[in-house]
Design a protein. Structure first.
Lengths: 197, 209
């Protein structure tokens, strides 16, 4: 599979939030204003990219040689949890400004399905290391796209008269549903029509 | 005893994990395309939640406070691995239908949430009741969404094949006039939104009385 095809697949066709429903908790929880949404999106993109490469390496250099593939889930979640912790410390040391911007989101990312999801999907699709890197980056970008769009919609919804029980979360879900409807326009034929495979 | 029963029933309605606390939505929306998948996912969550609550509440005085989250994650991940292996061996069709959502039970907020908010502070018995209540609440939520999506989206109800029964029930009128979009991704979000609005309206109506 070409890298452009992987990028298109994970950003649009299989968008993590709107098509696969991975990472919905932050999508609903942190999309109330666009500033936070961009911060969350950037942190998730960063972590999915790094985690994709690290979990790929652990799977093929540690689990496969010792025939321990069944420990995949257990290893990946521990690796991701320690990776997030490590990244937090590194960013705090290297760039306090970036830490100030991303700091509050990083601890939340450990339990974000998107990170463990992309690590497992990379293995299921038997990607090589560059493909895994691209998929991780694209999944993060797709997440950012959806959460930033959503935060803009919600900022406008705050100014609209929404009827009682629909206020807050229900209208957010329904707007996300309509957005998912729009994303259905991207499907697998896009890749074949562009001759990317 | 009365207080104990309350731990059991609160998860089903008052603190329903799907519609009231709104936690662990990834599997709820991801696998609710067929009733059988919803039941399979509920069974997985019930097993993991029950045993993680038992183990964590039994070890609550042993686990040091500073590393409690990693310790909980190890317990939960081991239980999920057991679930994965058992399902792969005995119900391979459900295993492949659940796909990536099965290992993702590890990061399901309900399980870590209950461990952190309940099992780490309460006795084993209370934690068992809490886990049973919460998983029944989760099962009801996910099955309700799956039922609506499958009935209106494809006009069938898929259960498990037994003997001569193929497992698929066709509902006459709905089968000829399906609303396809409900069984696709947008339908899950739309139905979740409308159901959440309905339950919010129901709670606020009760409060007014």
């Amino acid at each position: 599979m070409s890298y452009i095809a992987i990028l298109l697949t994970f950003i649009f066709i299989n968008n993590f939030i709107l098509v696969q429903f991975l990472g919905l908790c932050p999508f609903i929880g942190v999309s109330k204003n666009s500033e936070n949404a961009i911060g969350m999106g950037a942190s998730v993109t960063f972590v999915t990219t790094v985690a994709s490469v690290v979990t790929w390496a652990i799977y093929y250099f540690l689990l496969v040689p010792f025939n321990l593939q069944y420990l995949q889930t257990l290893t990946f979640i521990l690796v991701i949890a320690s990776l997030v912790q490590l990244l937090e410390m590194v960013i705090q040391k290297i760039s306090p400004a970036l830490y100030k911007a991303l700091g509050i989101y990083l601890p939340l990312i450990t339990t974000n399905c998107a990170v463990l999801g992309i690590a497992i999907i990379n293995i299921t699709n038997s990607y090589n290391v560059m493909e895994a890197f691209t998929a991780g980056l694209a999944a993060g970008l797709g997440f950012t796209l959806a959460i930033v769009l959503m935060s803009n919609i919600r900022e406008r919804l705050d100014l609209q008269p929404v009827r009682g029980p629909y206020r807050g979360m229900p209208i957010a879900f329904i707007s996300a549903g309509l957005m998912a409807l729009a994303f259905m326009a991207f499907d697998k034929s896009l890749i074949t029509n562009l001759h990317l495979v | 005893m009365k207080a104990n029963i309350k731990e059991l029933t609160k998860g089903i309605f008052k603190e329903n994990p799907v519609f009231v606390i709104v936690l662990g939505l990834c599997p709820v929306l991801g696998v609710s395309t067929q009733v059988s998948n919803a039941i399979g996912m509920s069974a997985g969550v019930m097993f993991v939640l029950l045993f993680s609550n038992i183990i964590i509440s039994a070890l609550r005085k042993v686990i040091p406070g500073s590393i409690h989250i990693p310790a909980y994650i190890v317990v939960i991940a081991s239980l999920v691995t057991i679930t994965e292996m058992v399902m792969h061996a005995f119900v391979p069709s459900v295993y492949s239908a659940l796909g990536v959502y099965l290992p993702l039970i590890v990061v399901n907020c309900i399980i870590l949430g209950r461990a952190e908010a309940f099992a780490s502070k309460n006795t084993v018995l209370d934690s068992i009741l809490d886990a049973i209540g919460m998983s029944i609440g989760f099962a009801l939520g996910i099955t309700l969404i799956a039922l609506i999506r499958e009935l209106f989206g494809s006009g069938t109800i898929t259960l498990f094949p037994m003997g001569n029964f193929s497992g698929v029930i066709n509902i006459p009128w709905f089968y000829d006039n399906p609303i396809r979009v409900l069984s696709l991704a947008p339908g899950a979000l739309l139905i979740m939104g409308y159901l959440k609005a309905f339950f919010d309206w129901n709670t606020s109506r009760k409060k007014d009385k």
